[in-house]
Design a protein around this ligand. Structure first.
Ligand SMILES: Nc1nc2c(ncn2[C@@H]2O[C@H](COP(=O)(O)OP(=O)(O)OP(=O)(O)O)[C@@H](O)[C@H]2O)c(=O)[nH]1
Ligand SMILES: [Mg+2]
Length: 484
């Protein structure tokens, strides 16, 4: 890559969302954001590193302090364009009335490109026009970003008309809601500000895209590890003479449930870090199905495959396994179950989801008179429930803009009536089949002999994460259950 590192200075009136825009663009949640104007008082540069190499930097600046007088001075200035910014700073650096104005000009001396941020949900004022005129007169390449802090779009047309007079490029960008896709599109449009910048910025965008794919690849490995650990889990205990077998089964069950809960939490933390959410908790909406416990009834009601998908999946897995030994089918003796064959096995898998959750009945398999074994899990729905939960979590994390901090987005997200219930209900036979093979490989302990059993599943997950981040698939939604 070219050794020139492009710099963008985010400037504007106080409290318009400059730091929020920067935080989202740079994916940096260490940027200071506050509801009180005047939060940013010094310029601070936030470099973006990819593979340890700085590719672009964004500089946060204080808001204009005295734009009218600054404009008056500039309009009277008789020197050349090239020396204007330097001369303004020299003339005002000791004047406390122009402290912030001097500071916000500093990055322009280094050749930074201007990103002017306004809140387009309020009316345009004369002071805004003065700020735009100042920036135009600096002669620096510049673009305007309309960051609407509320839903009010009544003033947008007026803003856009005014911007056309002063800026090379205009974008609407919501720093609190922007998705990965919108972020990349904004970066691409930065190249249009200045022809000289175009080739370097194309390389920056390519590096961002490659970095995103790499993060998705790493996310896939994290998901596969979680699924393997959960589905491959098996523990056995010795039953001593006179021991309470039911209590032992219950303990085995409890240990598994706890193990998987903790394991999933770890996976979530890793995903959060991978997508650079290091400081703030990307809080789930209160109505999210992910607020439910992994083993809650609602989770199993709304996530995973539908009954009809499950019957087919169960029939396949059951046939391949020879017999469903899962005590999800408890109540039926093992003998009856195997003699009825795969079809009944499938129905068992489909219908006994609730029993999966109901304690020791679900997986405590008696090996012989001396041992009890728990796992590996035979109920394929566990894989699909886990899958849906991780895909929903992934979607939540990647769409949580880094600039989003201190206000409730639920209304903005329009999620009040509907809630997301996963992706896998939409999956066709081919996709479900890939999951079945992965599941069966774990059941049959093919893991050590054939490391490659992960590849088709990895490919399916990579494509799915790509589709989620490019916005080409949406999760199924359902009407919010009334008791929530
Ligand atoms: N609802 C909503 N709030 C926003 C948006 N952008 C910024 N805010 C909020 O507006 C306030 C000001 O945001 P900052 O990013 O700190 O603004 P700033 O322009 O850097 O402010 P100063 O540093 O004080 O000049 C914060 O409370 C943000 O959370 C937005 O798009 N929507
Ligand atoms: Mg700020």
């Amino acid at each position: 890559m070219n050794s020139i590192i492009p710099e963008f200075a985010v400037v504007g009136h106080p409290n318009e969302g400059k730091s929020s825009v920067l935080s989202t663009l740079a994916e940096d949640d260490s940027v200071r954001i506050s509801p009180l104007p005047g939060e940013t008082r010094e310029c601070q540069t936030f470099p973006v590193f990819i593979d340890g190499r700085e590719v672009v930097r964004f500089t946060d600046t204080p808001g204009f302090q005295n734009p009218r007088k600054t404009l008056q001075w500039i309009e009277k200035y008789e020197g050349s364009h090239e020396t204007l910014v330097r001369d303004f700073i020299d003339a005002h650096k000791d004047n406390s009335d122009f402290q912030d104005d001097c500071r916000l000009f500093e990055p322009l001396l280094r050749g930074a490109v201007i990103i002017f941020v306004v809140d387009g949900s309020r009316p345009l004022r004369n002071i805004d026009k003065a700020e735009m005129e100042i920036l135009r007169l600096t002669g620096c390449p510049r673009m305007a970003i309309i960051n609407c802090k509320s839903e009010d779009t009544a003033w947008l047309a007026e803003w856009q008309a005014e911007f056309r007079k002063h800026f090379n490029s205009i974008r609407i960008f919501n720093s609190c809601q922007a998705s990965y896709k919108e972020r990349i599109e904004l970066l691409k449009s930065l190249g249009a500000i200045d022809q000289e910048l175009q080739p370097i910025l194309s390389q920056v965008v390519a590096a961002f895209e490659e970095d995103w794919q790499e993060r998705n690849r790493q996310a896939v490995e994290l998901l596969l590890d979680l699924f393997e650990d959960g589905l491959d889990y098996s523990r056995s205990v010795t039953v001593k003479p006179g021991a309470d077998e039911e209590a032992l089964k219950e303990r085995l069950h409890r240990d598994f449930v706890e193990f998987l809960r903790r394991r999933e939490k770890k996976c979530h933390e890793q995903i959060q870090a991978l997508y650079k959410h290091n400081i703030f908790n990307c809080e789930l909406p209160s109505q999210s199905i992910l607020q439910e416990d992994l083993f809650s009834e609602k989770t199993w009601e709304f996530l995973g495959l539908s009954s009809s998908q499950l019957i087919v999946a169960g029939a396949l897995s059951g046939a391949a396994l020879g017999a469903i030994t899962d005590v999800a089918a408890a109540g039926l003796s093992f003998g009856i179950f195997s003699s009825l064959g795969a079809l009944l096995g499938a129905a068992g898998v489909a219908l006994k989801g609730q029993e999966f959750l109901s304690g020791s009945r679900f997986l405590g398999v008696t090996l012989d008179h001396h041992h009890l074994q728990m796992g590996p899990v035979k109920t394929i729905q566990l894989l699909f429930v886990l899958l849906d939960r991780q895909l929903l979590f992934y979607s939540h994390i990647i769409n949580w803009a880094h600039g989003r901090r201190d206000y409730d987005m639920q209304a903005a997200e329009g999620e009040n009536q509907l809630f997301k219930v996963g992706y896998t209900k939409d999956w066709d036979r081919r996709k479900v089949g890939i999951c079945e093979h992965f599941f069966k490989a774990l059941q049959n302990h093919e893991k050590s002999e054939d490391q490659d059993f992960r590849s088709p599943m990895a490919e399916l997950l990579r494509k799915t994460l790509h589709e989620i981040s490019s916005g080409s698939v949406q999760p199924f939604t359902s009407v919010l259950p009334s008791d929530r």
